[in-house]
Design a protein around this ligand. Structure first.
Ligand code: ZN
Length: 155
């Protein structure tokens, strides 16, 4: 019996459409208009970012109480990425190093918003540092998370 391992490479080119739904859709449309949109629970008043159909605490329908949040916030955690990997947002390999941060926006939700930082030097990234969203120019926005290029250091 031949136990040679065979490798078969099958290129796939799949095109599909995906519906964001009313809640994530509101968030993505907001990004295109340079807005960061959360939604508020009608029972506990907790904000969800990105908006969700149900409250993570109460497990009830969130409705459509949209709240526009500040573009500024504070880093509460971060991770420096040093291994290259494919990034669908740029359609290729993202240059390393780069930093992904959990950011709590001012006046914002109980949950963190995850995005890239402009600052790539891990020695300069600190918990508590102040950051601000940098949006693409209006003509380049596509109602995608990538409409925010990154968060730059402020203060
Ligand atoms: Zn709730």
């Amino acid at each position: 019996m031949n136990e040679e391992l065979l490798e078969i490479i099958i290129p796939l080119d799949l095109k599909y459409k995906w519906s964001a739904g009313p809640h994530l859709g509101a968030f993505l449309r907001g990004l295109k208009e340079e807005k960061i949109i959360a939604n508020r629970c009608p029972v506990c008043a907790r904000l969800q970012l990105p908006p969700t159909p149900a409250c993570g605490r109460c497990h009830i329908g969130m409705g459509e109480d949209w709240v526009e949040l500040s573009h500024q916030g504070s880093v509460i955690s971060y991770s420096s990425v040093v291994d290259p990997m494919f990034d669908a947002g740029i359609g290729g390999m993202r240059p390393v190093p780069y930093t992904i941060a959990a950011i709590v926006l001012d006046g914002g939700p109980d949950v963190a918003f995850f995005h890239k930082l402009e600052e790539n030097n891990p020695e300069k990234v600190k918990v508590g540092m102040r950051v601000e969203a940098v949006f693409r120019p209006p003509e380049e926005r596509k109602a995608l998370m990538e409409d925010i290029i990154h968060f730059r250091t402020i203060g």
